[in-house]
Structure formats: structure tokens, C-alpha cells
Design a protein. Structure first.
Ligand code: NDP
Length: 260
């Protein structure tokens, strides 16, 4: 099925690794233009260098927590492509700590990254998205938003607030022709888990460590997901084919969610 993405322009944050990188590559493979940011511009260029002709990419260093950097990045992208049709608010990480181990500054940082990181991404893009036919925003969130985990206390709370805010965006931006949806992740094999494996000091191979992790968390599909398995639903939600889907949350967690 043609997703009607060719010739359109999309902005992806956190595109040098994991879900953001797989999503940027999937959009480029569909013939779209992609504006991608991360804090480390060298890694971003390295990872996307071979993905598409230069004129279909706008790569820049920008921190989603910085509103001015995000406005400059968005304006640069929109000028380069002459349009913006969608946004993937993906950049982030999680804080593995129980509530009693989490300082107030860390709690504030989590809310800053999760809430303002998304607001700083979406706000400057809106004026461009309103000019598009079939504009779509996808916010990458976590199943933790609805199923909190004590070992990720601050991240779970910030994710819940983000899910709520994203639902409000769908209500407010729908009349302006912009759809807004969430993708809620379970455990996905990306840089985040690779870093945790390296910090763990385990003697297990990475594959065995991931298999144990999946068993410990009771994932019905018995494994972690891949970044590509997230990119496909994200790209589907960005497509004008999904023209009546807004305010939805799509779980991509191999069945880890226990709610119905
Ligand atoms: P990775 O660590 O693989 O990639 C994170 C990307 O975000 C990198 O490109 C990184 O580049 C960029 N980034 C991090 N912080 C910022 C920032 N402040 N401003 C701009 N870019 C930033 O992560 P994942 O692909 O695993 O995660 C993607 C999203 O999915 C995140 O929001 C994460 O919290 C969420 N998620 C992931 C889960 C998983 O199991 N993997 C589970 C649930 C949610 P750089 O460091 O150069 O900035």
C-alpha cells in the first residue's frame, strides 16, 4: 500500500539512535524528506549519511529541552523543505530509580524532558503543520504512562503527564487539521538497554541478558522489540492514510501491558 509520504516533510527528534533513527530511515525510504536532530551532530550525520540524497535531509544539533534551539531547528527545516507535514516527538531517556532514591532535581528534570521536550518540539512546528493537508504528530511515550513501575517512579509519572497532555493536543489541534497520537512502548532493544547492559557488569552475552530481561518482565512475546517494529506503526500514524485516527494510543510492547 502506498502510504502517500513521498514528497512530504517530517521532523524527527532523537534521530541518531534507536526508535528515532529507525523512524527517520523508514520515512526516507518512503520518499519523504526528514529533518532530524539530536544533541551530538557527528553521530547524527554518521548514522544517516547513507540513508537518502542530501537534499531530502536536514540534520542539526538541537536539545529538545531548549525552546530557542528547537525553534531555530524547525524554522531551518521548514525553509529547507518549504513545508512540514508531521512531527515525531521521540527524543528522551528514562531514569531507573525508585521514588525514595529520586531527588527533587531529578524529578523536575524528568518532567522538563518529557513535557517541555515535547512542547518545544510541537509548538514551533504548528504554524507549518496547519498549512499541510493531513498533518500528523506522533508522540513516543511508554506503557509506563498507564502501568507505572516503582523502579522507574519519576519516568512513569512524567510519562502519565505527557499522555494526558498529548490527549489535550489532539482535542485542541484537531479543528486546526492536525492529528495527534501516542505510541506507547514496552521494552525496545535500543541504545538505552545496551547502556544498561554495559553498566550491569554481567558476564552474560547481550542476547542472553535481553532474554532474561524479557522473562523477568513477563513479556508474552518472549523478547524485546526492535526499533524497526516501532518505526512501522509510527510511520503508519504519520501517513495521510490514517486520516481519521487522532487522540489514540498505540501500544507496542509485545503484550507487556496488563490493562485492557
Ligand atoms: P536511544 O537512547 O537509543 O536514543 C535516544 C535518542 O534521543 C538519541 O538520538 C539521542 O541523541 C537523542 N536525545 C536524547 N536526549 C535528547 C535531548 N535532550 N535533545 C535531543 N535529542 C536527545 O533511545 P530509544 O530509541 O530507546 O528511545 C526513544 C524514545 O522512546 C525515548 O523517549 C524513550 O524514553 C522512549 N522509550 C524507550 C523505551 C525502550 O525500551 N527503548 C521504552 C519506553 C520509552 P543525543 O544523545 O546525541 O542527543
Amino acid at each position: 500500500m502506498d502510504l502517500h509520504l513521498a514528497g512530504r516533510g517530517y521532523l524527527v527528534t532523537g534521530a541518531s539512535s534507536g526508535v528515532g533513527l529507525a523512524t527517520a530511515r523508514a520515512l526516507l525510504a518512503e520518499g519523504a524528506s526528514v529533518a532530524a536532530c539530536a544533541r551530538d551532530p557527528e553521530r547524527l550525520r554518521e548514522r544517516l549519511a547513507d540513508a537518502a540524497p542530501e537534499e531530502r535531509m536536514f540534520l542539526a544539533s538541537a536539545d529538545v529541552r531548549d525552546a530557542e534551539q528547537m525553534r531555530a531547528f524547525t524554522d531551518g527545516a521548514a525553509r529547507a523543505f518549504g513545508r512540514l507535514d508531521g512531527v515525531v516527538a521521540n527524543a528522551g531517556r528514562s531514569l531507573m530509580a525508585a521514588l525514595d532514591e529520586t531527588g527533587d532535581d531529578q524529578l523536575r528534570e524528568e518532567f522538563d524532558l518529557k513535557l517541555f521536550g515535547v512542547l518545544n518540539t510541537v509548538r514551533p512546528a504548528l504554524e507549518w503543520l496547519e498549512l499541510s493537508t493531513g498533518a500528523s504528530i506522533v508522540v513516543v511515550n511508554a506503557i509506563l504512562a498507564r502501568q507505572p513501575e516503582s523502579r522507574l517512579a519519576a519516568t512513569s509519572a512524567a510519562r502519565a503527564a505527557l499522555l494526558n497532555l498529548t490527549r489535550t493536543m489532539a482535542t485542541d489541534y484537531g479543528p486546526r487539521g492536525v492529528r495527534v497520537n501516542s505510541v506507547a512502548l514496552g521494552l525496545v532493544d535500543t541504545g538505552q538497554w545496551r547502556r544498561r547492559y554495559e553498566d550491569s557488569g554481567t558476564e552474560l552475552s547481550y542476547e542472553d541478558w535481553c532474554a532474561d530481561l524479557a522473562a523477568d518482565r513477563g513479556i508474552p512475546l518472549g523478547r524485546l522489540g526492535t526499533a524497526e517494529e516501532v518505526a512501522h506503526p509510527v510511520v503508519s500514524l504519520l501517513s495521510p492514510r490514517a486520516s481519521y485516527v487522532t487522540g489514540a494510543t498505540v501500544d507496542v510492547g509485545g503484550g507487556i501491558a496488563r490493562y485492557v
